[in-house]
Design a protein around this ligand. Structure first.
Ligand SMILES: *Cc1c(COP(=O)(O)O)cnc(C)c1O
Length: 377
């Protein structure tokens, strides 16, 4: 049986990216590799729409989050973490691990943060220097309004750091135009390559923010990375094969499909998924759904665990369950990266087969509902 990944990362990897990965890796201290790294850095700046610098780290996405924390915060500096799911919690856990004095702004899981709540918090908590937030909260399938967040944070002269691991290559986030100081990302989601590269994008005005006395840092000391980046070098051995794969992925995104079209495709696929699932009696978990992942509550009498198991066992489709308080309640369909309407039709067809066991709503036509939503989005 074919296996099809509909997980919110790692995602399906297009064959041409697998081909790029299979090359004999060049030595990293060669002109050919330096040139490749420079091209990738430039392409990443285009993806982030920044005139600043995008630094590439050998790590999973969490490494970029940790790099942001240790390079931006001076000892004793106070922070605010916006927490509406597992990845928001990760910011709080990182701040905790480094002993950073911080406040948490709790957001109901499945809801977007209200930018006014952030504004109110900052007005009352004058010591906060830096706000840590999430663009697409993968654990709940929720999109936050980064543009609005940036507006309230910058109006109060604080710094904003955004985890856009399931945002980049899915949702627009023009960093300089929106005024986001720092954006972190990982490679195994919208960028369509295996895990192992993490990026930290510093807006031009934020480049100097990593200087001076900060929390303990060594491997993730971005001052070193900033120094070596213009020459196409990294302070440590980079994940060479992944850099070549990333170049291929960025060619697909920027030079072939085009960034705006990539964003539009994800919007259409998300709308198609939602409409098709709803027609079968599933409900959206999030009131502000992400275009990267759709979190669904099964209809009455259907258990999320049974949907997940039957998708895997009968249809070869891998989706994700809920975590923590959402365990057993929801399941999540990832559709970021190299997905198209035919993929969405396939997963909806499988859901239709599963729901048929429990009594599908009369007249349900998920494939048509998806096509119509896709065309209208
Ligand atoms: C996947 C993901 C991360 C990074 O997780 P890693 O396992 O460290 O790659 C961070 N934030 C969000 C929103 C994610 O979806």
């Amino acid at each position: 049986m074919k296996t099809r990944l509909f997980t919110p990362g790692p995602v399906e990897i297009p064959p041409r990216i697998l081909r790029a990965l299979s090359q004999v890796p060049p030595h990293h201290r060669t002109d050919a590799f330096r040139a490749a790294l420079q091209r990738v850095s430039q392409a990443l700046r285009e993806v982030h729409q920044t005139e600043g610098q995008v630094l590439l780290l050998g790590a999973s996405g969490t490494g970029a989050m940790e790099a942001a924390v240790v390079n931006l915060l001076a000892p004793g500096a106070r922070a605010l973490a916006v927490v509406g799911g597992k990845f928001g919690e990760r910011w709080a856990n990182l701040l905790e691990a480094y002993g950073v004095p911080h406040a948490v702004l709790p957001v109901e899981w499945g809801s977007a943060v209200d930018p006014e709540a952030v504004a109110r918090h900052l007005d009352q908590d004058a010591g906060v220097t830096t706000v840590f937030a999430t663009q697409s909260e993968t654990s709940t399938g929720t999109l936050n309004d980064v543009e609005a967040l940036a507006k309230v944070v910058r109006a109060r002269d604080r710094r904003l750091v955004v985890d856009a691991v399931t945002g980049v290559g899915v949702h627009p986030l023009p960093q300089d135009a929106w005024g986001v100081d720092v954006v972190v990302c990982g490679s195994q989601k919208g960028l369509m390559i295996p895990p192992g590269i993490a990026t930290v994008s510093l807006a031009p005005w934020a480049l100097a923010a990593v200087e001076g006395e900060k929390l303990p840092r060594f491997y993730f000391d971005l001052r070193r990375a900033l120094k070596t980046a213009p020459a196409g070098e990294t302070p440590w051995t980079p994940p060479v094969s992944l850099v070549l794969a990333l170049e291929e992925a960025l060619t697909m995104i920027l030079r072939e499909e085009g960034l705006a079209n990539v964003h539009a495709r994800h919007r259409r696929l998300a709308h198609a998924t939602r409409a098709g699932a709803r027609s079968l009696g599933f409900e959206l978990f999030s009131s502000s759904p992400s275009h990267a992942v759709t979190a669904l509550l099964p209809p009455e009498g259907v258990r999320a665990a049974d949907v997940i198991r039957r998708l895997r066992e009968v249809h070869g489709m891998v989706v994700a369950g809920g975590q923590d308080q959402l365990k057993g309640r929801i399941f999540r369909i990832g559709h970021m990266g190299a997905y198209d309407l035919a993929d969405i039709h396939a997963v909806l067809g499988a859901l239709d087969e599963i729901v048929a066991h429990f009594g599908r709503p009369a007249g349900a036509d998920p494939v048509r509902a998806a096509s119509e939503a896709w065309a209208a989005a």
